[in-house]
Design a protein around this ligand. Structure first.
Ligand code: SAM
Length: 362
């Protein structure tokens, strides 16, 4: 999957093949404008205004409290970009907007798109990062409302893959205790617990995250089957032989190699024999270019905003082996382009030998 220049007629197709189309301009100014139009349209409520049916521009401007002529420019941009349709003086939602951008859609990415307004500010720091090697450290720099936006955005993003992850990961038989490290809104644990009625989960996250994640988890109505615990994954005591399943989704890209090795040693101790740990994240290509656009660009993004960037499957497997765990074959997620799972199991205790019958030596 990649973002790119797509020809709209046979002449353009032929031109593209000659290499004479100025694709760097489309990759920059057009990509920037497209991103901004979708984010602003979402924030101003343009898509929500059209949820019930087509409207003329002036009605949309009134509902979204926008300037009528300026709103027409945005609507026209969104129509050209394929998010709206225009006919007989009225705009309506294109299927892509109805499926992904309406608040109440079961696939809604509404809050994830709003979070990208904050991401756009962090991405501004790319040049400073490349010059200095100093990332933004988002978890230290975000303030109140930004934490709320972050948590809502993460919850919305989890709509994409939570069901697939819960479906594709085989849990140990009889699993009943799960720890979800950096689990935020807890939606991955909710998906596992809905699928496995005997499972209960603890979500470990920073206190500033839990303040805003708790109402999102409460909405799921899981009661005491999915609960929060405030703590720092870098230092928290995780216990000994306490959990059957430990999930670490979209967290290791925030931590250094050393911190991840240390975390996984504590996780290995916290697992019961036969238990599993699931590392879920964007996967860094093993060599530059091998993972394509999404793998490479998200590695840069996480490096700008955190301690490390994404990790390759081989790097994750090495941490797991060093912690005494046995990596399984990785799973590439269908619902999350560029994302995957590296799972590992803690060896089960050897079966107890039955007391042997006395041998008759006569
Ligand atoms: C990118 S979000 C992932 C949330 C969730 N696991 C998911 O995949 O949707 C990272 C989460 O890790 C939490 N986090 C970051 N540093 C942490 C730390 N040192 N200890 C515990 N949680 C941490 C953040 O607060 C945030 O909720």
């Amino acid at each position: 999957m990649k973002l790119g220049t797509v020809a709209e007629n046979p002449l353009e197709w032929a031109l593209l093949r000659t290499g004479l189309v100025p694709t760097p301009l489309l990759d920059t100014i057009i990509a920037l404008l497209l991103a901004r139009a979708v984010m602003v349209g979402t924030k101003l409520g343009v898509f929500e205004a059209l949820a019930a049916g087509p409207l003329p521009a002036e009605k949309i401007a009134a509902q979204c409290e926008g300037h009528p002529a300026a709103m027409e420019k945005l609507l026209s941009a969104l129509t050209g970009a394929g998010y709206l349709r225009f006919a007989a003086g009225r705009y309506r939602l294109a299927p892509v907007a109805r499926r992904w951008l309406l608040k109440d859609s079961p696939h809604s990415l509404y809050d994830a798109i709003l979070l990208q307004l904050l991401d756009a500010r962090f991405i501004e720091q790319t040049e400073a990062y490349v010059r200095s090697g100093e990332p933004v450290h988002i978890h230290e720099e975000m303030a109140g409302e930004e934490w709320a936006l972050y948590q809502r955005g993460m919850r919305s993003g989890a709509n994409l893959a939570a069901a697939e992850v819960a479906l594709r990961v085989r849990l140990p038989q009889g699993a009943h205790d799960m720890l979800d490290i950096g689990g935020a809104h807890g939606y991955y644990s909710v998906a596992f617990c809905r699928r496995h009625p005997n499972l209960r989960a603890t979500i470990l996250d920073l206190p500033q995250a839990i303040e805003y994640a708790a109402p999102l988890l409460a909405r799921e109505g899981m009661g005491d089957r999915v609960v929060h615990r405030a703590g720092d994954a870098l230092t928290a005591e995780l216990g000994e032989q306490t959990y059957d399943v430990v999930l670490i989704a979209n967290l290791v890209h925030h931590f250094s190699d050393e911190a991840n090795r240390d975390l996984l040693c504590r996780v290995a101790r916290a697992l019961r024999p036969g238990g599993i740990v699931i590392l879920g994240d964007m996967i860094r290509p093993a060599t530059p270019g091998a993972g394509g656009q999404i793998g490479a660009l998200t590695d840069l993004y996480f490096a700008v905003t955190s301690e490390s960037g994404t990790w390759s499957l081989a790097e994750m497997a090495a941490w797991l082996r060093a912690a005494g765990l046995r990596p399984r074959r990785p799973i590439h997620l269908i619902t999350g382009p560029g994302a995957g799972l590296q799972i590992a199991g803690k060896p089960a205790l050897p079966a107890q030998r039955s007391v042997s019958q006395p041998v008759d030596t006569r």
